[in-house]
Write a protein that binds this ligand. Sequence first.
Ligand SMILES: [Zn+2]
Ligand SMILES: [Zn+2]
Length: 211
Amino acid sequence: MLFFDLHVHTSGSHDGFCTVAQAIRAAKARGMRGIAIADHNSVSALAEIPKFGGEDFLIIPGIEVSSRDGHILGLGISEMIPRGRSAAETTDAIKERGGVAVAPHPFSPARKTGVVLKATFDAVEAFNSHAYFLSNKLAKKFAEQNRIPMTAGSDAHFPDEVGLAYVGVTCEPTLDEVLKAVTRGETVIFGRMLPLPRYIWRSIYKFVRKH
Ligand SMILES: [Zn+2]
Ligand SMILES: [Zn+2]
């Protein structure tokens, strides 16, 4: 089984503090065979993929779009998807470009929680290392009840968070095959929460850096 963290931010995100090289090094150290880079409303880091992606490590291009209804992950696409549209318009745009539309942290109390009900998603993020309280349990239950495939990701914004959550798939480590395994619901979900003190520290750090 091969492991992929399907939700990683780099310095291409306004609140990311992780270069592509650091993300790859950290992911490899945790046994990942690849990661999905999905920055907030940006595809700038994806230009670096040819430099780093290789035989032994798959980088899945992606984006995390701030839709009007909440965050939406598009996996397998390198193009900008406009922010501020409805969830349905955003997932349509992702699918039209051949991407996989995922509802990340759909029940996190720190986020808008209705997005998963407002559009048809290819998959639901059933484990996010930053989604506290019952959020991940609710997400998994929602996916199971509605028979929606599941993903998992660390939602890392710092190198040491990469690989805290990931999917396991049994397929060839190519972009097409991994995304097919996701949309067929052939993923196994693994994950650990970011320790709460660290979560508080990073929230303060991000706030201070932003202001
Ligand atoms: Zn998000
Ligand atoms: Zn994120």
